[in-house]
Design a protein around this ligand. Structure first.
Ligand SMILES: Cc1cc2nc3c(=O)[nH]c(=O)nc-3n(C[C@H](O)[C@H](O)[C@H](O)COP(=O)(O)OP(=O)(O)OC[C@H]3O[C@@H](n4cnc5c(N)ncnc54)[C@H](O)[C@@H]3O)c2cc1C
Length: 347
């Protein structure tokens, strides 16, 4: 199936609920469809303006009200068992399957590994690009291979997990030239048949009724997320707007000195030792700087999770949200000498 729609609304294509117009929306299912899109002259107009591949737009911000190029979405919802033994099962999941549908499928079949990622919006394709993570688990922990369409050779390329450069919310696919070259078509995931609960993150442990019951773990994760995060479909957001900063020892000292000059008490500041330095909580910095719940036009800092910026009433423009983000970044820079980076991608 390869369908091209002209002049469509951007609103259904992003969870931030920002409106605008789009020249071309391409819906595809298979690598063969992508072959036709890129090599059949019928689609030359669509391809010539540039094609950006998206999932559910749950990590995107449309700053321009008029997106000139084409956006392309995978419409396939296929999940296939492609290997198994008594210890594990390998699933091939199409790029277009909602990540939470994959988690629900795994929970129904008692396949462990993804349950902590319950209710994260977006697709399996998006998760493979973003290396989504929550409650001590990252998508890369279950990935075996990512199958991509290569826009240069028009062939399928299979990447082993070790060759994808996965790191905190990062992968090969987020950087040029791979970003422009590869389109995720499907991922191969390896799930465990024996219970592997990972509950040592936050309050999760206390909330899980039966640690060896995958459904209990999923329900606890969903309950915690619902208590903190805006609900997709009700309040527009793109999840965590900023990345948690990682500082070297020297940057850490500068940060502490600047906070003290700004009169900010850093007692209780969460600091985590990670590869490459110490990770701070961007939410804590934003909260301490006084931004929790702040509204600016139709954009707002979410009151129960200040890392999240929302389209408060559905009327915010992408520019309005980007302006609020810029003000927060400048303020954190001034008060803590830390430059936050956006996790959300601006288009
Ligand atoms: C309420 C809320 C809560 C969230 N919570 C979390 C969380 O806990 N943890 C977390 O990590 N994230 C979280 N997010 C962010 C978001 O869900 C993830 O970043 C998700 O992986 C984005 O997936 P998507 O399919 O919507 O991708 P999109 O946002 O559409 O795209 C993201 C990037 O992936 C690329 N891409 C998408 N599909 C393909 C493809 N098939 N081939 C090549 N490139 C592709 C796009 O070009 C873009 O660069 C949250 C978002 C929201 C709205």
């Amino acid at each position: 199936m390869l369908v091209v729609n002209r002049d469509v609304s951007l609103r259904p294509l992003n969870t931030m609920d920002v409106d605008g117009t789009l020249r071309y929306l391409v819906e595809w299912e298979t690598a063969e469809d992508l072959g036709r899109l890129f090599t059949d002259s019928t689609y030359a107009d669509v391809v010539d303006g540039g094609v950006k591949f998206i999932g559910q737009g749950s990590n995107l911000l449309f700053v321009s009200r008029d997106y000139r190029g084409a956006l392309a979405k995978c419409a396939s919802r296929a999940i296939r068992l492609v290997g198994e033994n008594d210890k594990y099962a390998d699933l091939e999941v199409s790029a277009g399957v909602a990540l939470d549908d994959v988690v629900a499928y795994c929970c129904r079949h008692c396949l462990w590994g993804l349950e902590n990622l319950s209710l994260i919006p977006g697709t399996a394709g998006g998760a493979a690009v973003q290396n989504v993570g929550a409650y001590g688990v990252e998508f890369k922990d279950v990935v075996v291979k990512v199958n991509c369409y290569d826009r240069e050779t028009h062939r399928i390329v299979s990447f082993d997990v070790g060759d994808i450069g996965y790191a905190y919310r990062d992968s090969l696919f987020k950087h040029s030239p791979a970003k422009e070259r590869y389109i995720v078509v499907s991922t191969i995931l390896r799930l465990s048949r024996s219970p592997q609960p990972r509950l040592n993150y936050g309050k999760l442990d206390a909330l899980v009724a039966d640690k060896n019951d995958i459904v209990s773990v999923r329900e606890a994760v969903i309950a915690v997320r619902r208590s903190k995060l805006p609900e997709v479909g009700k309040t527009g957001s793109a999840g965590s707007f900023f990345k948690n900063p990682i500082l070297t020892d020297q940057q850490m000292e500068l940060m502490l000195a600047q906070a003290s000059r700004s009169g900010i008490d850093v007692t209780g500041m969460p600091v985590f030792d990670v590869a490459g330095g110490r990770k701070l909580s961007a939410a804590w910095l934003i909260d301490r700087a006084g931004w929790k719940g702040v509204e600016s036009g139709h954009a707002r800092v979410w009151p129960t999770q200040p890392l999240v910026l929302v389209n408060a009433d559905g009327f915010a423009t992408g520019r309005e949200i980007a302006d609020l983000a810029a003000r927060i970044m400048d303020d954190i820079s001034m008060k803590f000498n830390v430059r936050l980076e956006t996790e959300v991608e601006y288009l």
